[in-house]
Design a protein around this ligand. Sequence first.
Ligand code: PBG
Length: 326
Amino acid sequence: MGFPTERPRRLRRTETIRRMVRETHLRPEDFIWPMFVVSGQRVRQPIGAMPGVERMSRDIAAEEAKKAYQSGIPAVILFGIPDMKDAEGSSSWDDNGVVQEAVRAIKDAVPEMMVITDVCLCEYTDHGHCGVIIDGEVNNDDTLKLLARQAVSHCQAGADIVAPSDMMDGRVGAVRKALDKAGYYDRAIMAYSAKYASAFYGPFREAADSTPQFGDRKGYQMDPPNVREALKEVRLDLEEGADMVMVKPALAYLDVIAKVKASTDVPVAAYNVSGEYSMVKAAAQAGFIDEKRIVMEILTGIKRAGADLILTYHAPDVVKWIDEDI
Ligand code: PBG
């Protein structure tokens, strides 16, 4: 066949027919909203590099989470910025730590919401690395115990899902074992399985005050050119007990999302990270792009690549835009 018998434009003639043949749809259920939590009451601190994103105290976080749930967003993921940092990141497993308190406040305000916690040390260590430093290096096995302790304390506070983002080897197994031992066999693990050493995390590090004080994260986060290695990380995390896997960042890694999706039977999440968000915001503020259309196109692309769930700072806006004709 071919032209003139085949004319793909017939199915693009009107918005109605385009709606009928559309292959990918964004739904509020697709989104997980990342939130930054701090201590105190009635605190809202804007983050310079991420216009529209704030650090919030737990009372505000609970109010915002409730609004988000009412708008259709089913889950939040919490990042803590503690008052105190030390070499081991001990404030990360404090039962009265910033994340633990925020989890309780959110679960009190809106029990139906799925509360996910980021499990990592970098926001809590004074050196800013994701693990403990021994002889100038991030030590893998000693870090596992601390991550496990942090994950248990998040679940004790009421977290539904824990998300280890440190990229230590064996951390999913260590967390699973510790959760089961503490009786939290029903809490899920969303593993940051394919997490790359990316420049796209720049604005987040300002938000979370977690820039490494020496060196970089290339010794534990993945090398951006690799994709077969992503499949290996996914396989290992699933063998260790991950319930869901994640690819991060999203936009420069759509091929990785597609390959991971094809290789697994678990939900695949993708993290539309801070740098991806800030670039869109900056360009929109400069008047170079149409923010709504760009955001919808980017998130649709991430979903079309294979993501079942998308972590994005745009979530509260997107759920308002889903039913608009844009
Ligand atoms: C913690 C963590 C980071 C992000 C999520 N969890 C930062 C990092 O690894 O440096 C980045 C999120 C974002 O950029 O939006 N390890």
